[in-house]
Design a protein around this ligand. Sequence first.
Ligand code: SF4
Ligand code: SF4
Length: 382
Amino acid sequence: MTTIGATAVLDRNGLNGLVAELMAGGRTVVGPTVRDGAIVLAVLDSAEQLPYGWGVELEAGRYRLRRREDEAAFAHSAGPQSWKNFLHPQREKLWSADRAPDGTVAISTETAERPSYAFLGVRPCDLRAIAIQDRVLTGGHFKDSGYEERRRGAFLIAAECTEPGATCFCVSMGGGPGADAGFDLALTEVIDDTGHRFFVRVGSEAGAELLARVPHREGDASTRDAAVSAVSEAVDKMGRAMPPVSLQQLMGSSLEAERWDDVASRCLTCGNCTMVCPTCFCTTTEEVTDLTGDHAERWQRWDSCFDLDFSYVHGGAVRASGRSRYRQWLTHKLGTWHDQFDSSGCVGCGRCIVWCPVGIDITEEAAALHEEAEARKKETDR
Ligand code: SF4
Ligand code: SF4
């Protein structure tokens, strides 16, 4: 019998069967696939749509697809989207109101159907990001009911990292390329002389039930050892690292740092970093009416602390300069997030580095703030 903690091995056909079973059970399966020159997250009709044979080259402000010499499906790092695009979508209608000819107004809170998702290929950094969004959006006094509903029904299949990108730094954020919790099934892709296969670990009852319905074989020692060593080798392949200091303290002591002027001279305040970040959660609401004025809708949509309106308070924006907005983003993400949610707001996925149009690198900024703090300390000690 398949149980939590059990292991198994799936081949490519087995993975196809897994996706087919999920779909037959009414789930919308989302996973990585090649589209528009990138590996994006999209609804899949089959596991054959995974990016077999594709990898990526990442650098600050640069993303390129590249053909691989093997047929690996999960040997690529984070793309432009994260799972928040599905769990916490960019736009969602909250309610609508209709005025009848007699002047009475009827309010409807009917929302679009919320799919029962299965996410295939969730990276360990993204598992941590989902856990952070769970705390933010369902763990406090103000719950996001849409997120809560989508999250409650979601089935998560993790894909451990064996080839981190040049912009990855999860290890220095206390994470790593291995998946330790928060999944229903965890896959580790293995390609060696014995063939192309996926080592599977069962993380939940639902995962055990699904696996039992799919052709698989029991986990063998050689596949397990190959999977474990691929993940442990990935620890040393991180392209970047944060300075090895308390980032929370560093942010707290850097509020007047000169580096904010330097980064502000490069930052376009475009907000891309907040859009791609898997933990950024801020939203605003907007009302729209039709031309008759008899139908109105209220929508929730993503917002960004880089928008001038974000800090607008009766008559003006509190953070009017780019300097103050970048500082707000970084000090919240790495510093005050701990006070609010008991963790960092950064999981080290590297997306904000890749998708910043001017290549601003969060690890480089933190390192520069650290150097400046050290120089200040030396000056004071003299
Ligand atoms: S701040 Fe950047 S590296 Fe950290 S989680 Fe967000 S996008 Fe990823
Ligand atoms: S850091 Fe980069 S992505 Fe973020 S707002 Fe500035 S220019 Fe845009």
